[in-house]
Write a protein that binds this ligand. Structure first.
Ligand SMILES: [Zn+2]
Length: 407
């Protein structure tokens, strides 16, 4: 009984702790910065809403950029693929320095990326790469520890290194967007000098969230020798040819599901489903997330049921790849569970401010808003399509299992 608890705490505690460390540090930073923002006095009202102000500023700093209103919360972003800045309704309508800061920061991204066409691909790739690499690290660490396989652990280390390198590019991009944003705000006469301090504090807080993730990843790299020696459970599993196990039957039952999902992903990469409205877009994204979750969950169940019934490099590698598809959706659930109490606590602060804004400024909606997300989804750039290919990483395992059974 106590052995079992000890095992759970040392091996799995180390694996999941290391994988979640960047997120945990950033959740702590989020709590701290939100609390600090709440404690700060609210500044003066500025003469225009952030959306209207930004629409004027782009003419001067980045004339090709289109400013769009997004109805979803929390979608303030610059989309290099379609050269547009999307602001959420709350940011668009805000007339405090907080919302102007967000607008200026996104404009900073647009100006930086606009400097060279290479940047327009490099920066979004760095973002996708750092996420994908960390998922790869999580999968390889999990499988490497499970099988006691030193070369899979080597893959895990390589992935972690890639995540840190790509993350450094993201950090540099974030910092330079904020530096540019400070320049823009400093040149704006409508912003009083003492509001600039607030803008700086806001951007520093936002940057600290990105930095927290990166620091967590660097710590995992530094502690790697200790982490990997503590995590390993297996010492190379014996090959058995006993296929009369439940997981195998489950695999047969789920086979049509896996193949259907594969066909679906391939069609989506080849010719993305046209999305005509923002509502439709979010339904499609929701549906994708559900498919991904169930595929990931089933794969993990099969891996857990099969892992001590087979071994060999090909099997272990295909298990690692398959686990990659499971990490994303499952960690999303884990993150939601951790963030839920935090956000619930923070809500009472943010809600009051939101109510202020809404009472003062009724909704403004620019005519013919064509959300950048939709354009991005209807005609995705090559790197986005490539990132969808990772959804198929469970296919080698399906092939290996079918081959094992057939021969
Ligand atoms: Zn940014």
């Amino acid at each position: 009984m106590f052995d079992w608890i000890y095992e759970l705490a040392t091996h799995w505690g180390v694996v999941f702790g290391a994988v979640a460390l960047p997120f945990l540090i950033s959740a702590a930073a989020l709590t701290l910065t939100q609390y600090r923002q709440h404690r700060r006095e609210r500044g003066a009202l500025l003469p225009a809403s952030a959306g209207d102000w930004l629409s004027k500023q782009v003419k001067r700093y980045a004339p090709s950029v289109e400013v769009q209103l997004h109805s979803q919360e929390g979608l303030d972003a610059y989309f290099p693929g379609v050269d547009a800045i999307g602001l959420s309704q709350r940011t668009w309508n805000g007339r405090h320095i907080e919302q102007w800061t967000i607008a200026a920061h996104e404009l900073g991204h647009a100006v930086n990326i606009g400097r060279s066409p290479e940047m327009a691909s490099l920066l979004p790739i760095a973002r996708l790469a750092t996420d994908a690499a960390w998922r790869g690290f999580a999968a390889a660490f999990l499988v490497g520890a499970l099988f006691g396989s030193s070369w899979v652990l080597g893959i895990a280390w390589t992935f972690a290194l890639c995540a840190v390198l790509a993350g450094a590019v993201v950090l540099a991009d974030e910092a330079s967007a904020s530096i540019k944003a400070m320049e823009i705000l400093r040149e704006e006469r409508a912003v009083p000098a003492d509001e600039l301090g607030r803008a700086f504090a806001d951007m520093r807080d936002a940057f600290s969230l990105y930095a927290a993730i990166w620091v967590g990843q660097v710590l995992v790299l530094i502690w790697w020798p200790v982490l990997q020696s503590t995590a390993v459970i297996g010492t190379g599993v014996e090959m058995t040819q006993d296929w009369s196990i439940p997981a195998l039957w489950l695999f047969f039952v789920l086979m049509p599901f896996f193949l259907l999902r594969a066909a679906h992903v391939v069609t989506q990469i080849w010719s993305p489903e046209p999305v005509g409205s923002e509502f439709r877009l979010f339904t499609v994204m929701q549906r994708e997330a559900q498919w991904e979750f169930f595929t990931g969950f089933f794969i993990l169940v099969i891996v857990a049921g099969l892992y001590d019934h087979a071994s060999g490099p090909v099997f272990v590698l295909s298990v690692t790849l398959a686990a990659m598809t499971a990490i994303g959706p499952l960690s999303a659930v884990g993150r939601a569970l951790v963030l839920f109490p935090i956000l619930l606590t923070l809500r009472k602060y943010t809600q009051r401010e939101q109510a202020d804004d809404e009472a003062l400024f009724p909704e403004t909606r620019p005519e013919g808003a064509a959300p950048a997300l939709m354009a991005l989804y209807n005609n995705p750039p090559w790197y986005l399509r490539l990132s969808w290919v990772t959804n198929l990483a469970y296919l080698p395992l399906v092939i290996v299992l079918v081959a094992q059974i057939a021969f």
